[in-house]
Design a binder for this molecule. Structure first.
Ligand code: LAG
Ligand code: CA
Length: 482
């Protein structure tokens, strides 16, 4: 369950948070496929409670009403069409699976597919689930439970969300049927929401009952779904990520926390020379990595001071480091603009999600940020694909916040987060030639709209990154010759 099952030569996924299925299908064909993206994490596709009393917050999608594939993102037919079209252009779909719980208790009780529920009776006819399918007696997780009571963290309610008992055969079956239905429709894997709140032994049973991926969607025969479990483990809790790595991959929250700190000058970049398990991170093959996710970019979930699109200069640098470094399976965040941390995606007065528009410079409008369309970001996805499975070599640093390294003989990157210029002749490990820096510009025919780096026959080149430049990094790779 630790192989992302990307199409060959692809390495990176993007979370298209709250996007509609039709828009994702189009994005696969017009952008993600051609630019070499490997996959997409989509918002939960199963029916959720409609919460008008809070003006349709983004988090209503974390309150399941049933496993019917009807949400504001689209219906089952649109879902199937999206998966087919994305797989056709080499882009995989990963589903955010909400299997720990159902809804909280609200006055409203109608789902996005029309299902109703009787919360007081734990009754969800759309599945169906009833009282016996939930953990009993009802209890609510307290902050102190995380320090000393694993049983309560797993069997009590997370934020008042009715807690399913995955220990029962019936609940396991409903969950497995839901996930297998998605596999039949061609998905490549799952994010397991709130994995910390479920027993590893129950999860193992569920995973082992999943079907192989569907070869008619381009997967190798016998391929297993990629599973990355959301476990927030910043240390000091009774439940550790190590209980989950024997099962499948795990979201590595320390990754974005440490890189956010380093690129906002809370730690010198030179220390990144041994980035990886030495820093207390999981082994590379176990880690799904990201700078920000949909929770911590708005102060939900764990960890403060995470870089987001709102601090674009250090954010792009942290993303560039993530994509340039071989550690982990990287995931990009693609956001809608927000000021209120509860606000839902751009929508009309009926609650329909408004599609992103595409500007002439390829960025997005209508309230969508589309970080994945920022030049400095999508061109680093191509960098990572070219770097492939090479390791890090020819590390250089100035003893402070200027660093540079090569990926085999494939690619080279330098960063300057000091407040003085970087001006150095450095080993780039690339064949002689004139390379277009994929950060300050892009190749345009035989030209380059950004800096040009001239690599000599000894592989060395003069690298210059002024302290006040728009971006703090410079990247070249095989294929970026002008
Ligand atoms: C997750 N991972 O373990 C998701 O990444 C996270 O986004 C989900 O919380 C959470 N677990 C449950 O799936 C989000 C919001 C919560 C929200 C919850 C359910 O961060 O704020 O709770 O989704 O919609 C909301 C209210 C609570 C209320 C609860 C139940 O904020 O005050 O108690 O709903 O009605
Ligand atoms: Ca639970």
């Amino acid at each position: 369950y630790k192989d992302p099952q990307f199409a060959s030569g692809r390495t990176t996924m993007v979370h298209l948070f709250e996007w509609k299925w039709d828009d994702i299908a189009a994005e696969c064909e017009r952008f993600l496929g051609p630019k070499g993206f490997g996959g997409i994490q989509i918002s939960p596709p199963n029916e959720n409670l409609v919460i008008w009393s809070r003006n349709r917050p983004w988090w209503e999608r974390y309150q399941p009403m049933s496993y019917r594939l009807v949400t504001r993102s689209g219906n089952e037919q649109q879902f199937a069409n999206m998966v087919r079209r994305c797989n056709n252009v080499g882009v995989r779909i990963y589903v955010d699976a909400i299997i720990n719980h159902m809804t909280g208790t609200w006055n409203e009780n109608v789902g996005t597919g029309g299902s109703t529920a009787n919360f007081g009776n734990w009754d969800y006819p759309g599945v169906p689930y009833s009282r016996n399918d939930f953990n009993w007696p009802q209890c609510e997780i307290q902050g102190s439970d995380y320090g000393n009571n694993a049983e309560r963290v797993r069997n009590c309610e997370l934020s008042g969300l009715k807690d399913l008992n995955q220990g029962t055969e019936y609940v396991r079956n409903m969950i497995v049927n839901y996930m297998n239905h998605l596999i039949d429709l061609g998905v490549a894997g799952f994010r397991i929401d709130a994995a910390k709140h479920m027993w590893p032994g129950d999860l193992r049973v569920i995973y082992d009952r999943l079907r192989n991926l569907d070869p008619s969607h381009g997967f190798a025969s016998g391929a297993r779904p990629y599973i990355y479990q959301e476990v927030i483990d910043l240390g000091g809790e009774v439940i550790s990520r190590d209980e989950y790595t024997p099962l499948a991959a795990v979201t590595e929250f320390k990754f974005g926390m440490e890189l956010s700190r380093a690129f906002t000058s809370g730690n010198q970049l030179r220390w990144l020379v041994n980035w990886g398990p030495t820093w207390g991170l999981l082994v590379s093959g176990d880690a799904l990595t990201f700078i920000d996710n949909h929770d911590n970019q708005r102060g939900h979930g764990a960890g403060g001071n995470i870089l987001t699109y709102k601090q674009s200069r250090p954010y792009k640098a942290a993303i560039a480091f993530m994509l340039a470094h071989p550690y982990g399976v990287p995931q990009l965040m693609s956001s809608f603009d927000f000021h209120d941390t509860e606000a839902g995606p751009p929508m009309d007065s009926s609650g329909n999600i408004v599609s992103p528009s595409i500007n002439s410079d390829n960025t997005c409008g209508n309230g969508w940020i589309c970080e994945h369309r920022w030049r400095q970001i999508f061109q680093m996805v191509a960098f990572r694909n070219v770097a492939g499975s090479t390791g890090i070599n020819d590390w250089w640093d100035n003893g402070s916040n200027q660093i540079a390294f090569c990926r085999g003989g494939q690619a080279f990157i330098a960063f300057n987060n000091d407040n003085w210029d970087l001006n150095q002749t450095l080993q780039t490990c690339l064949p002689a030639g004139n390379y277009c820096d994929v950060i300050s510009g892009e190749k345009q025919g035989s030209g380059c709209s950004g800096k040009v780096v001239t690599v000599g026959s000894d592989g060395r080149a003069h690298i210059s990154i002024g302290a006040n430049e728009y971006d703090m990094m410079l990247a070249i790779h095989q294929g970026s010759e002008k």
